[in-house]
Ligand binder design. Structure first.
Ligand code: CP
Length: 326
C-alpha cells in the first residue's frame, strides 16, 4: 500500500502555521547502525515522518540546545552537510571533527574508543563515518549516546537507504511489488548492501544486479536478502527494460580488484541512448557522487530522480535525528 500522503504522526504537534515542534516519541532504536535493525513498520514510520517534516519550513525538536557530533574519517559531501543542515533546521547545534589523534598526521595515537568516550559526554548524538566495516562491533561496549552509521567501510549506509526508500515510495506510492536493478558495483557499494537488506522487508521484490561477475554481490548480503523469499538475479548485461528502479553505483578508482577498462566500465553507464529502453515511469537513482556512471545529458530526462533523492536526504536526516533524539 502506498504512503505518499503521510497520515498525521502523533509525535508531531503543529503549534503555529509556520513551525512544527516535534515532541517526544517512544524510542525503539537508540542507534542506527544497520538497516537490518529496522522492520517494515519502522521504515514506513521514517518515511512518514520525513514526508511530514518536508511540508514545513521550520521545525524544532522539543529538547533544548541539542548538539550533534559529526565525526567523519572519510570524505563526504551530502551526508556530512546534510546532517549539519538537518540539525540546524531542527534547532540544534553541530560540532564537526574530521581527524583525531588516531590520525597519523596528528602524531600521537589515541584510540577511536577514547575519542568517542570523551566526545559522547559533551553531545547528544554522534554521526560517524569510518572506513572500518567492523567499527561498530568495536565501539559497542563503550557507547552511551545514540550513534548514526553514516557509512562503515564497504559494509552499510543505512541513512542513505532510508533516503532511497523515501524517494521510491514517493515516486511509486508503494514499497512492495518493485523490480529493482542495482547497476555497476553491487560488491563494494555500501549503499547497495543496505538497500538490499531493506528491500528484504517488503513483498514481491525482484532485484537484478547488473555488473561484471567480479563485482557480484557478496554471499553475506545475498543470504540476508534471499531469506525474505524475494528474488535475486545476477546479470552482466544491461537488461533494464522491465525495471521500475535503476539504482546506479559507480566504479571507484580504488576498487581492490583488478582495474576495469574504460570499455568495460562504460558498458554500465547510463546514457541518453538507453532511456528509450526504460519504462515510462521507471526512475533512475544514485546515492551520488556521480562521476561518469550517469551521463549529464540524462539529468533532464523524466526518469532522472537522483537530485530529488538528494533533496529528500535533508528531510530523512531530520526524521532520523528526531527519532534518535526523542
Ligand atoms: N551518498 C553519500 O553518502 O554521499 P556523500 O559521500 O557525499 O556523503
Amino acid at each position: 500500500m502506498g504512503r505518499p500522503h503521510a497520515p498525521s504522526d502523533p509525535c508531531l504537534v503543529s503549534l503555529s502555521a509556520g513551525s512544527f515542534f516535534v515532541t517526544i516519541q517512544t524510542m525503539q532504536h537508540k542507534n542506527l547502525v544497520s538497516i537490518t535493525s529496522l522492520d517494515r513498520k519502522d521504515i514506513e514510520s521514517y518515511v512518514d515522518l520525513a514526508n511530514q517534516l518536508s511540508k514545513k519550513s521550520l521545525h524544532k525538536i522539543d529538547q533544548k540546545q541539542f548538539v550533534v557530533a559529526i565525526l567523519f574519517f572519510e570524505e563526504s559531501t551530502r551526508t556530512q552537510i546534510g546532517f549539519t543542515i538537518a540539525t540546524y533546521r531542527l534547532g540544534g547545534h553541530v560540532v564537526i571533527m574530521n581527524e583525531t589523534k588516531h590520525h597519523p598526521r596528528m602524531g600521537t595515537a589515541e584510540s577511536l574508543e577514547d575519542t568517542i568516550r570523551s566526545i559522547q559526554s559533551y553531545c547528544d548524538v554522534i554521526c560517524l563515518r569510518h572506513p572500518n566495516k567492523d567499527i561498530y562491533a568495536r565501539l559497542k561496549p563503550i557507547l552511551k549516546k545514540p550513534i548514526i552509521n553514516c557509512g562503515n567501510g564497504d559494509d552499510e549506509h543505512p541513512t542513505q537507504t532510508l533516503i532511497d526508500l523515501l524517494t521510491i515510495n514517493n515516486e511509486f506510492n508503494r514499497l512492495d511489488n518493485l523490480y529493482v536493478a542495482v547497476i555497476g558495483n553491487p560488491r563494494y557499494s555500501r549503499s547497495a548492501h543496505s538497500l538490499l537488506h531493506a528491500l528484504s522487508r517488503f513483498a514481491n521484490i525482484q532485484v537484478r544486479t547488473i555488473s561484471p561477475t567480479e563485482l557480484y554481490l557478496p554471499e553475506e548480503y545475498k543470504k540476508i536478502y534471499l531469506s525474505s523469499g524475494n528474488i535475486l538475479e545476477e546479470d552482466t548485461e544491461m537488461n533494464i527494460r522491465d525495471m521500475d528502479v535503476l539504482y546506479v553505483t559507480g566504479f571507484p578508482a580504488n576498487l581492490p580488484v583488478k582495474m576495469f577498462s574504460q570499455e568495460t566500465q562504460s558498458k554500465y553507464w547510463i546514457t541518453p541512448e538507453l532511456i528509450p529502453e526504460l519504462k515510462k515511469d521507471a526512475i533512475i537513482l544514485c546515492p551520488l557522487p556521480r562521476i561518469d556512471e550517469i551521463n549529464i545529458r540524462v539529468d533532464d530526462e523524466p526518469q532522472a530522480k537522483y537530485f530529488k533523492q538528494s533533496k529528500n536526504g535533508l528531510y530523512m536526516r531530520m526524521a532520523i535525528l528526531n527519532k534518535l533524539l526523542s
